[in-house]
Design a protein around this ligand. Structure first.
Ligand SMILES: [Zn+2]
Length: 251
């Protein structure tokens, strides 16, 4: 498939520096960045994923199928991530093995050798399944599977909110010019009046796409001053993330 035709948000996972904890056991600091291919940006600029009812999954129900090349543990991680939506929202993910009910689109979890990503919102005019591509590293993290699922339900990244300039300052000097577009605000989306959430699982980390990772690319604006703080996380959706899905799907 030609790269230009792949309209995905690409989530490239990078291994951060190895940290040695006080008891001597090695652990990894994880962070992830995302790359939007060019035509995805063009589409996103003209699209309003959050406010258009046509881009919500009909009946608040999402059928999904897991590729047969997933390991038992990977299948378990997807199921854990999917069941969390039924616990926190009125959106139900239901696993299928064969075809979905007639006329219904479904999500297809596939394995990718390198990238993780999916399209934002329900795609009423597309043919075939709504693919979610996950590499083996992403498949170890239910929070990343939840992150992709929040995209397919209709959420963009938190720091793309139309009001984000009141809450964050982007340090473009520390970002290669080719990635500046990753930091654009989506003016046509809505916040549903949910407060800006630095803890959103949809928020970039503070040094996403940094030329110099020891310095931030995103700082919080506190009383008009740009302040370095932690942002984003891979533990799972925040209460604000769940709230937005509940409002979007009228739970
Ligand atoms: Zn993303």
């Amino acid at each position: 498939m030609l790269l230009q035709t792949v309209r995905y948000l690409l989530l490239a996972t990078f291994l951060g520096p190895i940290l040695v904890t006080s008891d001597g056991i090695e652990s990894y600091e994880n962070y992830y960045n995302e790359i939007h291919v060019d035509d995805e940006q063009a589409e996103a600029k003209t699209r309003n994923a959050l406010t258009s009812p046509l881009q919500r999954w009909p009946g608040n129900k999402v059928y999904y199928r897991i590729s047969t090349d997933y390991s038992e543990q990977e299948v378990a991680n997807v199921r854990t991530a999917m069941s969390s939506f039924g616990e926190h929202t009125c959106v139900q993910f239901e696993e299928i093995e064969g075809s979905p009910p007639a006329g219904r689109r479904y999500v297809s979890f596939k394995k990718s050798p390198n990238m993780c990503g999916t399209r934002v919102g329900y795609q009423p005019l597309s043919f075939g399944p709504h693919e979610v591509l996950l590499n083996e590293r992403c498949l170890t993290m239910p929070a990343v599977i939840q992150h992709e699922s929040l995209h397919l339900l209709g959420l963009f990244h938190e720091q793309s909110r139309p009001d984000r300039d009141e809450y964050v300052k982007i340090d473009y000097d520390n970002i290669p010019r080719k990635y500046w577009s990753q930091f654009m605000a989506m003016d046509q989306t809505t916040t549903f009046n949910v407060p800006y959430d630095y803890e959103s699982v949809m928020h970039y980390s503070k040094n996403a796409f940094a030329k110099d990772p020891s310095k931030p690319t995103i700082r919080a604006l506190i009383d008009g001053k740009a302040v370095e703080r932690e942002m984003g996380q891979v533990r799972g959706p925040s209460e604000g993330d769940w709230t937005k899905i509940r409002l979007m799907y009228k739970c």
